[in-house]
Design a protein around this ligand. Structure first.
Ligand SMILES: Cc1ncc(COP(=O)(O)O)c(C=O)c1O
Length: 444
């Protein structure tokens, strides 16, 4: 099939009608107004108007093994013939044990581990917070500016990527303290990364621990090994290593949020492996079960709750999601998908870095594996955020058959299924590049 194939305006007439109806019956959330989806397969998306798009978003880094991966479908069909829901935290079944053992093997950390199953990213973060506070009996959690950890009240207190996530909603006076993240393209301290000595990490000890939050009160530091929603921001590797050392020095637990970076996307099974440090607690979700709702929090075994009832869930770890997750992990391992992410990611970064030099509006290209961020600016010297430019580029991509997803203030993320074909990946990059060139010319 010749893809992409766009035969209507975007959104097409049927999509437009559904988008209007959605406004009447669905609560306002984060919906993109380009199309309504009818079918998905591996790296392609059909809308209800018959248009076919190449997917560079993977339903927000979920479809790492492709949409409707046949192995996942087979596993789910088989499980549907056995049972769907046992109430897994109350009535044990085998699939929980089988998958937990498999997951533990691939999660980094030279220590014994246990798993808690929930339903989503935010729930896997909530479980991480509970484990950290329950064990340390300390009240505070240190997170970073630009972080996204979820939208329920515990995780929302730590999320700090956009004001609209928090406005009117925050439990002020809660457990969260925030520190600057290592965002070298826009250093919060306006320093040069080649000479700064990673001051953003040292700042925590000198200004946060000594002025606002005694480290003895901090249960955990939570960080994304590459920030996602905040703008696909790759930190300086030494930043992560310094944070790890700081956590060790003060016996603060290190929670690594791999909800978006996990499961081979960054060129490693988990992105924390890029830095050579070990977390105490890891939160995962998104790509874990090929589109079925599941979150897993993996903890050091000695951090387990020592009585029943401190935490549980009705649906977390339901059998359908777990057999899907089992098939996803097998598929990633059998096909070494982290290698594919690394290879395609390197090609894309080379291509896009050349495009950066050619245009005025593409300010930064960064990423690891197929977790790539493009940040747009109005002017490379002032780095004024190119919000309108970014939005226009996204629209052009859709009009030409490429699904992309914004992040940060003026960035676009590239996060296709890791199983995307070489041909569709290159076509997608060309559509993206043409859209960027067009918007670059328009403003000259
Ligand atoms: C790093 C990170 N943590 C947590 C979450 C929350 O996940 P969910 O939307 O499944 O609750 C997200 C979602 O984008 C995320 O990117």
């Amino acid at each position: 099939m010749n893809v992409p194939k766009i035969d209507t305006q975007i959104p097409g007439p049927r999509s437009r009608r559904l988008l209007e109806e959605a406004k009447k019956v669905l609560v306002t959330t984060t919906r993109l107004e380009y199309m309504a989806i009818a079918k998905m397969e591996n790296d392609l998306i059909w809308d209800v108007d018959g248009n076919v798009f190449i997917d560079f978003a993977a339903s927000i880094a979920v479809a790492n093994v492709g949409h409707r991966n046949p192995k996942v479908i087979d596993a789910v069909k088989k499980q549907l013939e056995r049972y769907i829901h046992t109430g897994p935290h109350d009535w044990l079944d085998e699939v929980q044990i089988e998958y937990a053992k498999k997951l533990i093997k691939v999660v980094p950390g030279n220590f014994t581990k246990k798993v808690f199953f929930g339903n989503s990213g935010t729930e896997s973060v909530e479980a991480a917070l509970k484990v950290a506070r329950w064990n340390t009996k300390r009240p505070l959690i240190l997170a970073f500016y630009g972080a996204f950890h979820g939208r329920t009240y515990g995780s929302l207190a730590l999320t700090a990527s956009k004001p609209q996530h928090r406005r009117y909603l925050l439990p002020y006076g809660g457990m969260a303290i925030h520190a600057p993240y290592s965002y070298c393209y826009r250093c919060p301290f306006k320093l040069d990364p080649s000479t700064c000595g990673i001051w953003c990490a040292d700042f925590i000890k000198e200004w946060i621990f000594e002025k606002v939050a005694p480290p003895e009160d901090i249960a955990a530091i939570i960080l994304e090994p590459i920030q996602g929603e905040g703008g696909y921001i790759v930190p300086h590797p030494e930043f992560i290593r310094k944070i790890h050392r700081l956590a060790k020095e003060y016996e603060i637990l290190l929670i690594v949020d791999e909800v978006q970076t996990g499961f081979a996307r960054s060129g490693k099974m988990f992105a924390i492996e890029h830095y050579g440090v070990e977390q105490d607690i890891m939160s995962t979700a998104k790509a874990i079960a090929g589109g079925f709702p599941l979150g897993a929090t993996i903890i050091r075994s000695d951090l387990d709750f020592r009585y029943e009832g401190a935490h549980s869930s009705t649906f977390g770890g339901n059998a359908i999601s777990l057999v899907a997750a089992n098939a996803v992990l097998d598929y990633i391992l059998e096909n070494k998908l982290w290698e594919r992410a690394d290879k395609l990611g390197n090609e894309a970064i080379k291509f896009l870095t050349e495009l950066k030099d050619e245009t005025e509006i593409l300010g930064d290209v960064r990423g690891k594996g197929l977790f790539i961020g493009l940040e747009f600016v109005r002017d490379k010297d002032t780095k004024e955020f190119g919000v309108r430019e970014r939005d226009r580029i996204a629209r052009l991509c859709y009009e030409n058959g490429l699904v992309v997803l914004p992040c940060g203030k003026s960035s676009i993320r590239i996060a296709p299924p890791l199983t995307i074909t070489d041909e569709n990946f290159r076509k997608g990059l060309e559509i993206l590049a043409d859209s960027i060139r067009k918007v670059d010319k328009e403003r000259k």
